[in-house]
Design a protein around this ligand. Structure first.
Ligand code: B16
Ligand code: MG
Length: 219
C-alpha cells in the first residue's frame, strides 16, 4: 500500500448535516417542498446537480425547470451551504482521522482526496488539513461522478500510482462502488449491512488505523 484515497464528507468531517440543511432551505423556500429526513443519507456522495435532480424528481416537478433554472437553484443551494460551513474548524475533524493521517505519513503513505464536493479545498483549509494532502482530485475534471470510478482513479493518477497500490475510504454506497470499480480495496465507514460491498466496514472513524488499512490491502 502506497496511497490512501479519502472521501471527505462522512470520512474526514461530517458536512452531510450542512448539505441537508441547505437542501431543506432551498426546497422549502424555492420549491415549496418539505424534504423528509431520509434525504440526508440519500444525497451522500451524490454531486450537487444530481442531488437537485433527485429532489425535483421526488417532488414530481423536474419538467418545470430548464437547465439554466437548475444551475441557478444549485448555485443558490451552494450559497446556503457556504453559510452553514462558515464556522468549520479543526474541532470538526471526525474522531481518529488526525491520528490515522499521522500514522499513514509515518509509513510514507501518500494521501489524496476523492470528494464529489467542489468545496473540498476550502473545507480542508478550514479544517487545517490542506497541507497534509499530497493531491486533491478535482470533481470538475472527471467525466462521471460516483458510483463511477473516475474521481478515485484521478486521486491515484495525481500521484502517479496504480490503483493496485491504493486503498479507498468512503461512507456512501455510491462511493464504495466507485472505489471497487477503480480496482482498489474499499473501507466503509458506517452501517455494515448498508456498506456490505466494502472489503471491511468500521462503525466509526475512530476505529480506522494504519494497521487495519494495511491488513485489508494485503488480503
Ligand atoms: P458540493 P463527498 C459530497 O461529498 C456530499 O456527500 C454530497 O452530499 C454533495 O452533494 C457532494 O459532495 C457535492 O458537494 O455541492 O460541495 O460540490 O462525500 O464526496 O466528500
Ligand atoms: Mg462521503
Amino acid at each position: 500500500m502506497k496511497e490512501c484515497v479519502f472521501d471527505l464528507d462522512g470520512v474526514i468531517t461530517d458536512t452531510a448535516k450542512y448539505h441537508f440543511a441547505a437542501w431543506k432551505k432551498l426546497a422549502a423556500d424555492q420549491l415549496t417542498l418539505q424534504l423528509p429526513a431520509e434525504f440526508e443519507t440519500e444525497l451522500k456522495g451524490i454531486s450537487r446537480i444530481d442531488s437537485l435532480i433527485r429532489i425535483l424528481n421526488w417532488g414530481k416537478i423536474r419538467e418545470h425547470y430548464n437547465d439554466q433554472q437548475i444551475a441557478d437553484l444549485a448555485a443558490q443551494k451552494n450559497d446556503y451551504y457556504l453559510k452553514e460551513i462558515a464556522n468549520l474548524t479543526a474541532s470538526d475533524i471526525l474522531p481518529g482521522i488526525t491520528t490515522l493521517i499521522n500514522q499513514l505519513q509515518e509509513h510514507d503513505i501518500q494521501l489524496s482526496l476523492a470528494s464529489a464536493s467542489k468545496n473540498a479545498p476550502f473545507i480542508l483549509k478550514k479544517l487545517g488539513l490542506d497541507d497534509r494532502f499530497d493531491a486533491i482530485a478535482d470533481p470538475a475534471k472527471v467525466a462521471h461522478s460516483k458510483p463511477a470510478p473516475d474521481i478515485f482513479l484521478e486521486g491515484a493518477a495525481e500521484i502517479n500510482l496504480p490503483p493496485a497500490e491504493c486503498i479507498g475510504i468512503e461512507d456512501a454506497v455510491a462511493g464504495i462502488q466507485a472505489i471497487k470499480a477503480a480496482g482498489m480495496p474499499a473501507i466503509g465507514v458506517g452501517d455494515p449491512h448498508e456498506l456490505r460491498q466494502a472489503d471491511e466496514v468500521v462503525t466509526s472513524t475512530a476505529k480506522l488505523s494504519f494497521v487495519l488499512l494495511e491488513s485489508v490491502w494485503r488480503r
